[in-house]
Design a protein around this ligand. Sequence first.
Ligand SMILES: [Zn+2]
Length: 192
Amino acid sequence: MQDLTDGVARFQRDVFPAKAELFAHLATHHAPHTLFIGCSDARVVPELITGTEPGDLFVIRTAGNLVPAYAPGADGITASVEYAVAALGVRDIVVCGHSACGAMTALAEDHDLGGAPAVATWLRHAHTSVARTAADGDVPALVRQNVLAQLTNLATHPSVARALAQGKVTLHGWVFDIPTGRVQDLTAPLAA
Ligand SMILES: [Zn+2]
């Protein structure tokens, strides 16, 4: 915890003064251009890998960067997606998977999740991706399939479906490679 306290002190001393004007603007403006949906994994830091500033990204992070398909009834992910798309009007939505994802590894290698029942239940949202991945144990292939599956799931959310129909939003699927820092855009060929 001391590290965090030191970090806050450093932020206030060194970082904030340099961005004081930006934060003064952000105090009354919230207009992110992108909804970024990434994994909760500590190594995948959306603002760092996209070189963005505070105010640029509306971020949702879940284990395995999963976005369940729309189902009536309130849940935090659906509410956050709807707010970003319908209220804030983001123009792009990025779903970003990553190398060595613990969630995808557990699924690809069929780990025993008996000690983590909530994780096991949550990861059922990726069973279709597992079924679509030809080789058992192929984590990179499952990571890619999973990103594409989440784009399909996103499109089932009414707010996203409406924005897509009106041409107001574009979906992107990325994979971040931790050891090289590279970002693969799985959807780039389709965007041409
Ligand atoms: Zn992950």
